[in-house]
Design a binder for this molecule. Sequence first.
Ligand code: KIV
Ligand code: NA
Length: 263
Amino acid sequence: IRRMTVPQIRAKKGADPIVSLTSYHAHTAAIVDKFADFILVGDSLGMVMHGMDSTIGVPLDLMIMHGRAVVRGTKRALIVVDMPFGTYEESPNMGFRNAAKIMKETACGAVKLEGGARMAETIRFLSERGIPVMAHIGLTPQSVNTMGGFKVQGRDEAAWKTHIDDARAVAEAGAFALVVEGVVEELADKITAAVDIPTIGIGASKNCDGQILVLEDMLGLNPRVPKFVKVYGDLGPAIERAVAEYTEEVKTRTFPGEDNVYR
Ligand code: KIV
Ligand code: NA
């Protein structure tokens, strides 16, 4: 295997910060591939690429289509594909069947699923049968309807034990890494200290073993990002400037120019 492997990601715990971003698309993935240890084909693609209000409606086939695009566009990073809502929660058997379908049809290296202790049995079932699993705890967007919104977790210290127990349960079940999303900083630090697998923070803490952001958010394509996102790029305004200039040149018949026509 030429790509970053699951054991290599795992071995970065306590050593080397893990760099990751989401990507859904061959051309952007090829750029991210120059830097990232792993690329997540997140089910956030339902909201980012397809305008959905949440990730609940994302179908398995859509994850597979985008997963394939990202695998084709990359060569070094480990590619992790999200299991969408409704494709794994029911039973370990169902989870295995759908995770195997994702791996066979995309050639990705691992899957990710949401949930702590309640998903431990499924995580064990998959990882013992050749499917590396990244877990995801804290704010789990597929539970938006039971949470009553996208809410930062652990504001009340009374809830910390549940989250730490979730982290321990997924690590013990064989998850190779753990996304910790939308939790107060001190809780993220306690989770990172409690497990021997790398934690990947998003809206969490700089002390996590790695960080992840949604690529479009950090590139400035999303006009309304939450506080935890740092916007490193200017793509939204850059696209607007380019489209405005093109519009002007079409209207004034200055595009296509000399160089853009066949003679
Ligand atoms: O779907 C997604 O993009 C994610 C990350 C933000 C962790 O799950
Ligand atoms: Na996700």
